[in-house]
Ligand binder design. Structure first.
Ligand code: UDX
Ligand code: UDX
Length: 467
């Protein structure tokens, strides 16, 4: 293969990153054949389901792209060996969760899956293969991947099989809920690598739809670190505005007004200044903890402490919310009915990884509250798995509601945790009539209108608004 003429791509990992990313590449590059493989057979079956509502992830616009690419030049399969050996380019897009045991537990990333994927590529690849890190990885992981690939190479050379590899880093910056738009119109594409021919091959793939001046080429280590740093900076902004939200509540200021005022300064910018119940999602916490771990590893304890505080404030914000609910409901929620609107970590996704709802709901359940949870996209099985991690001495009482009115029936309070579109502009006159009296509305995402709620006689607490 001449690396500038990529024909076949394989992606290991059909998750929230691999699935949408490969769908968009297939859509924009009809001449490329793309195979997405995954060790999870059920997930592959779901990607191949003829009912597009059953795709394993919900992402606006994804079904439209799948319907025109799947079976044309995009294939989801469990055939790891053939997909890798046929490919000129292999993306590794498997999960890298925080380690739960061993050295670096609670901070460092668990690279077992990345390593296993690299070993499979080493085993099955043929000829020259460009291997691309898509998963967010600690700085210098590419070195480990290179070593695994080169070891295989040496063994094959003994058997006179010729295979060579180039390793690139190409971190993904998509945000869930807007993944398709982020992929189709990225702010930038980042490619790290030393082998110019391989870098150009990947540049050529992206140039099918991304202007060349938005494709940044750099070295491997800068690319890996940029991804961690970008997520750390974004998360830091959320912790910053959330710390100000508490300040606003204490002083009578309004965090939305403050965000608007500071965001009009071009140097600060107006994005990512929405106060809320804290950041969730698969990346922010994991990546910051990773940065913290690496800072310690490289002998930079002050840097570690600095970034760790972003996570500390995030957890504090979630705890603060549940304590406010408790305090407003006369110090106890034992036996009280509370509706939860929104369980995903943000709107427009069915993903609940690190969702603030998990911690807040578990604290309320721990205090004896009875929860009715409504989310337009998250399944009850998912919620059950998330909440069963916590032990409530068999006190875990919650039910799934199929509609907003069903969730609010006979409750003492409603807690809004995700800003789904359908939570805006609700008929609060009607909803108030379903709730017990006196009842509370706790709005952590600035979804409701103060005047409207107060007109119904409901009590209202809004995050970041002083009385
Ligand atoms: C993951 C990481 O969390 C993130 O850090 C990285 O930037 C991209 O990859 P995501 O796609 O959201 O993000 O993860 P997930 O939805 O869990 O998908 C990973 C997939 O890889 C799963 O479907 C899993 O079955 C698959 N996998 C895992 C393999 O196919 N092979 C393995 O050896 C391990
Ligand atoms: C993030 C990064 O944005 C993306 O570039 C990276 O590739 C993966 O991690 P994601 O986690 O999918 O994407 O969603 P994002 O929109 O960044 O939101 C993360 C969390 O921050 C959510 O819980 C969201 O509700 C919260 N958030 C975001 C706020 O609380 N306020 C804001 O102003 C923005």
């Amino acid at each position: 293969m001449s690396s500038n003429k990529i024909q076949k791509i394989c992606c290991i990992g059909a998750g929230y990153v691999g699935g949408p990313t490969m769908s968009v590449i297939a859509d924009k590059c009809p001449d490329l054949e793309i195979r997405v493989v995954d060790i999870n057979k059920e997930r592959i079956d779901a990607w191949n389901d003829s009912d597009l509502n059953k795709l394993p992830i919900y992402e606006p616009g994804l079904d439209r792209i799948i319907s025109r690419t799947r079976g044309r030049n995009l294939f989801f399969s469990s055939e790891m060996e053939k997909s890798i050996s046929d490919a000129d380019m292999v993306f590794i897009s498997v999960n890298t969760p925080t380690k739960t045991k061993g050295l670096g537990a609670g901070q460092a990333s668990d690279l077992s899956w990345v390593e296993a994927s690299a070993r499979q590529v080493a085993k099955y690849a043929k000829g020259h293969t460009i291997v691309i890190e898509k998963s967010t990885l600690p700085v210098r992981t590419a070195q480990a991947i290179k070593e695994i690939l080169n070891t295989a190479n040496r063994e094959d050379q003994k058997n006179q099989i010729s295979k060579t590899f180039s390793v690139l880093s190409n971190p993904e910056f998509l945000a869930e809920g807007t993944a398709i738009n982020d992929l189709e119109k990225p702010d930038r594409v980042l490619i790290g690598g030393e082998d110019l021919e391989a870098v150009n091959a990947l540049v050529n793939v992206y140039m099918n739809w991304v202007p060349r001046n938005q494709i940044i080429c750099t070295n491997l280590w800068s690319s890996e670190l940029s991804k961690l740093a970008a997520n750390a900076f974004l998360a830091q902004r959320i912790s910053s505005i959330n710390s100000i939200s508490a300040f606003c509540e204490a002083t009578g200021a309004d965090v939305k007004e403050v965000a608007k005022a500071i965001g009009t300064d071009k140097r600060i910018g107006n994005q990512f200044l929405r106060a809320g119940p804290g950041f969730g999602g698969s990346c922010f916490k994991k990546d910051i903890l990773n940065l913290v771990y690496l800072s310690g590893y490289f002998g930079l304890p002050e840097v570690a402490k600095y970034w760790n505080q972003v996570v500390v404030i995030n957890t504090w914000q979630q705890d603060r919310i549940y304590k406010i609910v408790l305090e407003k409901l006369f110090g106890t929620v034992n036996g009280k009915n509370i509706a939860i609107l929104g369980f995903s970590f943000k709107a427009n996704t069915n993903d609940t990884r690190e969702s603030p709802a998990i911690r807040i709901c578990s604290e309320l359940l721990e205090e004896g509250a009875v929860l009715s949870i409504y989310d337009p996209k998250v399944s009850s099985e998912r919620i059950e798995e998330d909440l069963e991690k916590f032990s409530f001495n068999n006190q875990c009482i919650w039910k799934m509601a199929n509609s907003i009115p069903e969730a609010l029936k006979n409750v003492d309070a409603v807690l809004i945790l995700t800003a789904w579109d359908e939570f805006f502009g609700l008929d609060w006159n009607y909803l108030a009539s379903l709730m017990r009296s006196p009842a509370w509305v706790f709005d952590t995402r600035s979804v409701v209108n103060r005047q409207e709620i107060e007109n119904t006689g409901l009590n209202l607490w809004k995050l970041g608004e002083g009385d």
